[in-house]
Ligand binder design. Structure first.
Ligand SMILES: Nc1ncnc2c1ncn2[C@@H]1O[C@H](COP(=O)(O)OP(=O)(O)OP(=O)(O)O)[C@@H](O)[C@H]1O
Ligand SMILES: [Mg+2]
Ligand SMILES: [Zn+2]
Length: 241
């Protein structure tokens, strides 16, 4: 049976327009590849890396609308703003190990938390986690009494990150069960030397009530607790200019 194809002489094969006659490419890592102008494995690797970077802030647990917030984008309007930013920068750089951010709604606490994570991400430190206290407790409780080591693994999930930021810390109850879990977490993280930031509305007492004495003692560093007080009016209540 004769087909049109079989009549086409091989030597008359033409490169499609726009394609350069490059027949092989030698990549130092992946070796020789044929019919391409650049290493396909390297391209794929690069693409994957970019995708990973984009997803990382999401993996950190940061809500979408916070992902664009940066430390640079935090507008300084008073000396108190400046000291809050200074503490956030020190925490991001690892100069201080624990940080409490406490105060009025809409004053930029979560903004600074996102800024810290962005800073860490940009400097190649990916071992970070942002969570709300409620989400963390739900995850740990969901595994109560689970077979195998699921309960421990869930707890470890919050112990392992070098940097953990717990937002909405005042929104959980201050009952014995909450206090026990939170205190155990603080003690465990402290014994591994890991960094922790707690964010709450209201005053310091709201934070203090949700941990026991020994956990509260571990929040001290060089004789003091690093705390940023957010006492200015809410940014959300401003009229657009
Ligand atoms: N100093 C600031 N500079 C720039 N943007 C700010 C500043 N303060 C607050 N904002 C913006 O105002 C909005 C509310 O801030 P954010 O969510 O960080 O407040 P919050 O203190 O976490 O409030 P809440 O206690 O209710 O959770 C965000 O969009 C944030 O980017
Ligand atoms: Mg907030
Ligand atoms: Zn390659």
């Amino acid at each position: 049976m004769s087909t049109g194809m079989s009549k086409m002489p091989v030597h008359q094969f033409q490169l499609p327009e726009g394609l350069k006659p490059v027949w092989n490419f030698h990549c130092q890592v992946h070796g020789i590849q044929y019919g391409v102008e650049s290493c396909q494995s390297c391209l794929y690797e690069k693409e994957r890396q970019q995708r990973r970077l984009g997803h990382r802030l999401e993996e950190f647990g940061l809500p979408d609308k916070c992902q664009a917030k940066t430390l640079d984008g935090f507008v300084i309007e008073s000396p108190a703003h400046q000291s809050a930013l200074d503490l956030a920068v020190q925490f991001a750089n690892g100069d201080i190990r624990n940080l409490l951010m406490v105060g009025i709604e809409g004053t930029g606490k979560t903004h600074l938390a996102a800024g810290i994570l962005n800073h860490l991400n940009n400097s190649g430190q990916y071992d970070c986690l942002y969570t709300t206290a409620e989400r963390m407790l739900k995850a740990i409780r969901a595994c109560y009494g689970a077979t195998g080591d699921a309960e421990q693994r869930t707890f470890d999930f919050f112990i392992h990150p070098t940097v953990l930021i717990i937002d909405e810390f005042d929104k959980i109850k201050s009952g014995p069960d909450e206090v026990r879990i939170v205190s155990e977490l603080i003690r465990d993280r402290d014994s591994y030397g890991r960094r922790l930031a707690l964010i709450a509305n209201g005053n310091l007492d709201r934070i203090r009530k949700r941990m026991d004495k020994s956990a509260a003692d571990r929040m001290y560093e060089n004789g003091k607790v690093n705390k940023a007080m957010f006492t200015w009016p809410s940014w959300r209540r401003r009229k657009a200019t």
